[in-house]
Write a protein that binds this ligand. Sequence first.
Ligand code: GLN
Length: 302
Amino acid sequence: MNAIMPVEVQAPMQPFSSDQTIGTALALMTRAFAAAGIDSAQRDARFLLQSLLGLDGAVLLTQPQRSLGDDALRISDAVRRRLAHEPVSRIAGRREFYGRNFVITPDVLDPRADTETVIDLALDIIKSKGWAKKALSIADIGTGSGILIATLLAELPNARGIATDVSPAALTIARQNAERLGVAERVTFVAARGLEGCVGPLDLIVSNPPYIATDKIAALEPDVRNYDPMIALDGGPDGLRVYREIAEDIAKLQHSSCVVVEVGAGQAADVKNVFSSVGWSLLGERNDLGGHARAVALEIHS
Ligand code: GLN
């Protein structure tokens, strides 16, 4: 007798009905996400339910018998989207960064936890230079959702900022996020490439530019490749194109002093070279949780 191994066929998940409970939904979603190979299955299921039902985490766990009610359809739709590898932050339209909530849309890069290293390094530098109380002037190049400039201004009440992006749609989101954090009146938003149109002096320039080499984009995870705007990822043939543009731009500004940029894994040395070739020297570095140098700071002595 031939032993036929049972093959588990992944049945599409049935849409939820309004009388199903939160507890059931959490269990079914976790199972479906795990079966689809999503590592963060339980965390994603919780995050989606919390966000879409507008509940805090405690309610989710202490009232599992609550029914989904009118939200059943929206939750079913969210499950379908997650199973197609759309990141949960995009489905919910929000992402937490440095302890604050940001709105995100398809027009902006989904902020990563790694980018918090840019904030940590920038704040360390400001402290060590004794600038915490100074009326600082900060620029954020390619601001996207505005996480860098809005977080820095929220942390530094005496700072003012300028945020540029080539995408007017991204600037709309950045402004909205700055308003939500109560810092919008201290930021000027400019639709421009790099520091085009900006005048110095700037105390600090920050940026998380696109840094993926063009030929590596096809191999990125679908969660990234299919959902982050290409313009926020593609750093040209070697991934360094925008660093070179930033280095050229800041060389033209008078009396600017520090720059803190995010870099891709393995790019720190190349990025340092780009800036040292225009006279900037290394001021500090921060590793991400994966142990890669992720934020690089440079300064110039004028
Ligand atoms: N950190 C993103 C990624 O590796 C890329 C963001 C960027 O290019 N700045 O998916």
